[in-house]
Design a protein around this ligand. Structure first.
Ligand code: ARG
Length: 288
């Protein structure tokens, strides 16, 4: 199995090399191919939730596709498409179970309620597996470390040097995010919650808020695709919890199976590879 994964990795790397100088469509195709190829893990686990998923022939992913490179929405020939690292991992889980992947895009804040209501089977949304959430749902092993940073407009890049400088400032965060909780506790009630990260970025650009507070990777992504925005990461803000797949409590066979896939993807280096690829892809799509 290891050898096979290794071979697949070589083929994928060769494809990357070949298409490395190609157009953005090629990068997109290549990312898709790599997603298809690198996910042939055999799941050894069985159980009632897995049986039910296999019976319906699909696994339903809940996500909030406003968080590049983890997940974002793009329009291909007028059709809405969801792309990103989380989508690739979810597709790997679906492939390993031999079922289709259905993506339900919704507000981040509602994701865990949808999971517990049975509207979706798994949630991947750059979601930190923190202790509060662990009371409501189970999580797989983490597939990424979480860090969090502030995003400000260029002219304010030297304005905030300590936590105290942020007190009373209007800081935009996503509703239901760990950043919303942290910011409200540390910086006060002026913090403003928004449903969508794109809206936070718009608000920052037109100076309706002083700073945006986001997970590091998406913050970097937004900074790289938006003129005039910069990251501040020297305030000593602690890391958020690492990202993991959320699963309804009691669906232990599914959690076990997901962990087998996550482990395979991590051990083979595929997760790291997807990070590189999807960062590049979302940069290219944004510069279209
Ligand atoms: N990492 C943060 C959290 O777990 C924010 C995640 C937001 N995700 C998204 N897809 N919009 O709370």
């Amino acid at each position: 199995m290891k050898k096979k994964i290794f071979n697949i990795a070589i083929v994928a790397m060769a494809a990357l090399f070949l298409f490395g100088c190609g157009k953005k469509e090629d990068v997109k195709e290549e990312a898709k191919e790599a997603a298809k190829e690198a996910v042939k893990f055999e799941i050894k686990t069985t159980g009632p939730t897995l049986d039910a998923i296999k019976q319906k022939g699909k696994i339903v992913l809940g996500t909030s596709a406003d968080f590049p490179p983890m997940e974002w929405t793009s329009f291909q020939n007028g059709k809405e498409e969801f792309t990103g690292i989380d989508i690739a991992i979810a597709k790997a889980i679906a492939d390993s179970l031999g079922v289709e992947l259905e993506v339900k895009n919704m507000a981040f804040e509602g994701l865990l309620a949808s999971l517990n209501a049975g509207d979706v089977d798994i949630v991947l949304a750059g979601m930190g597996a923190d202790d509060e959430r662990k009371k409501q749902v189970d999580f797989s092993d983490e597939y990424s470390k979480g860090a969090q940073v502030l995003l400000v407009t260029e002219e304010n890049k030297d304005k905030y040097k300590t936590f105290d400088d942020l007190k009373g400032k209007v800081i935009g965060t996503q509703l239901g995010s760990l950043q919303q909780k942290f910011a409200t506790e540390k910086f006060g009630d002026n913090c403003k919650g928004f449903d969508l990260n794109n809206v936070i970025i718009e608000q920052l650009k037109n100076k309706s808020i002083d700073a945006a507070f986001l997970s590091e990777l998406p913050a970097k992504q937004f900074a790289s695709i938006t003129d005039g925005l910069v990251i501040i990461d020297n305030l000593g803000i602690p890391d958020e919890s690492g990202f993991a797949v959320a699963i309804k409590k009691g669906n232990d066979d599914l959690t076990k199976a997901v962990n087998e896939v996550v482990k395979g993807l991590k051990d083979s280096g595929q997760v790291d590879k997807w990070f590189d690829e999807y960062i590049e892809l979302s940069n290219k799509e944004a510069s279209k």
